[in-house]
Design a protein around this ligand. Structure first.
Ligand code: SF4
Length: 196
């Protein structure tokens, strides 16, 4: 009797990486392997904090700034408007939606003031988390977070798959889709081939 295959990985993904034209300039940042991976390996849960906050497309570019007490704020580059509360309202809506789908990991867009993992600019340095990526770390502490660039190099891919396997063990899910995705990704990214 055939055994049931393990369920696909459930990845929450920055919507612009999936080809949606939701960036501030009306563009997207399609990352091919994220779109091409079969549904049997990856279930994609898109989110876009800035779009879902109603900031519009196209929209004024925003940036992170450190406010009083070091608290991060997100400010319009032209208007100087503080959109932090508007974004935080959207985070809660996104969280309610994602919670119903139980994401196992996040793939974020790099360098975004909302989505970056350690690569958003603040005070002249590009080493901060975007506001939503930081919020997500506190909201889903067991979910690995990466940006799309990390999955293009050997060490990043290795660490991501390790974290996925740890998470799957905790959830008592099989590693089948992780193995399949790792093999598949190795055919797409030169660095990933030696990461398995
Ligand atoms: S980086 Fe994040 S906030 Fe910016 S367009 Fe992509 S999903 Fe939306």
């Amino acid at each position: 009797m055939p055994t049931n295959p393990a369920p696909p990985l459930v990845l929450a993904v920055s919507r612009c990486l999936l080809g949606a034209p939701v960036r501030y300039d009306g563009g997207h940042k399609t990352t091919g392997w994220l779109l091409e991976a079969p549904e049997t390996m990856i279930r994609r849960l898109p989110f876009c904090p800035e779009f879902e906050a109603g900031l519009g497309v196209p929209r004024e570019p925003i940036e992170l700034r450190r406010g009083p007490g070091g608290v991060m704020r997100v400010i319009g580059l032209v208007s100087g408007r503080d959109v932090t509360p508007t974004l935080e309202d959207a985070f809660k809506v996104i969280a309610d939606r994602l919670d119903g789908e139980s994401p196992e990991a996040f793939v974020f867009k790099s360098r975004s003031p909302s989505c970056a993992v350690g690569s958003a600019s603040v005070d002249g340095r590009a080493d901060a988390d975007g506001l939503f990526a930081a919020w997500a770390a506190a909201r889903w502490p067991d979910c690995p977070r990466v940006d799309e660039r990390l999955l293009e190099n050997t060490e990043g891919v290795r660490r991501f798959f390790e974290a996925l396997r740890r998470g799957r063990s905790r959830l008592c899910l099989g590693d089948g889709p992780v193995d399949a995705w790792e093999r598949w990704l190795a055919t797409r990214t030169p660095g990933a081939a030696s990461a398995s």
